[in-house]
Design a protein around this ligand. Sequence first.
Ligand code: NDP
Ligand code: ZN
Length: 375
Amino acid sequence: MNKKMKSYKSFTALVIVWTMLGAGHVSAQNDSIHVKAYAAMDDKGVQVPYEYNRRPVGDHDVLADILYCGICHSDVHEAFNDWDYTVYPNVSGHEMVGRVAQVGKDVTRFKVGDYIGIGAVQASCMKCPQCKADNEQYCTHEGGTGFGDVTSTCGFSDKMVVDEHFGITIPKDAPVEKLGPVMCAGITVYSPLKAANIKSGDKVAVAGFGGPGHLAVRYSLAFGAEVTVFDRTEEKRALASELGAAGYVNVNNPEEMEGLQGKFDYILTTIPTRYDPVQYMNMLKLGGELIIVGLPATSEAPDININAIPFGTRISKSLMGGIAETQEAMDFSIKHGIYPMVEVIPVQRMNEAFQNVKEGKVHFRYVVDMQTLNQ
Ligand code: NDP
Ligand code: ZN
């Protein structure tokens, strides 16, 4: 998420040139791609219609018509400049499913008409040790991990140009309106849970039962864990049980937070607000691990008193996942029928949806139907 920001390039207006080269395979073009989108223009975060140009379709690029894009809490953080780096106009959105409309001449993994998933990792240097180890999300080189040719992820648009390496394949019969969130909410929790090498019967807690949180519950159960959910509303208790969680702790009831010392092998926290990580670390067994994926606003970032951390516990922090592992998460989700619970909305309801995400009134993911941009 700590992206190097570039200024928007100005491009000439679009003329999409459908060449004679068969099923959409085209040589590199000079024409930039004109895109309709919704953008925040300042830190008030209000989403308004906005048009801009993306880079032309290169030999290794895919042009996709974006069908659906999930709303992640990170989009809300970004729109409101919660992390102090947003460049405006800000077109966020990084949980995309699109349909391939055109491919560059060297593209091998996609053809016109295929579905494609696109997440936040849309470019990387491909040469550094992180990229070579399939951890493109940790590429730190100049021109490395980033958003391709613009300053943000741009999922709330009608079109996308991306190097095919960063595309996730999706089978034709998949429920595509539900799959966008796998590209962020899903992989963000799948990756550290997979790395944890969970054994049958391990006790896993998931703190923050939102987009990534509810998928973390499903993946942990699929890996054989017994799962406890921590969140702050009573209404999510039944939902947690419906998904198969063995326990639910309402963190606003102090008595429910008692008696949990040394109980868990792993606690994965997606909490996007201020909280006390050490309180959770005290609930870990010896050798247990607190896995942090939630990224609160800078002004709400928790402080950690290292002297209070229990000896013999571990703490880690994880960012999304590499492209190969995102593909693995997609394949795993489809194989096991692990889909996010989504509400599909038209783009005209984005402001209401952003506000609801801010206020925690979403069960569990809004997905924007990007085709409504053209209505
Ligand atoms: P959501 O708002 O969907 O989910 C967060 C959940 O946490 C909500 O259920 C919320 O409850 C709950 N919550 C909030 N405060 C507390 C608290 N103090 N204690 C317990 N539960 C709490 O957000 P997302 O799931 O989309 O994102 C979560 C965080 O993860 C964000 O900060 C986001 O930026 C970050 N993120 C990080 C990624 C990474 O790669 N590391 C990738 C994707 C997201 P309520 O509904 O009541 O508000
Ligand atoms: Zn996200």
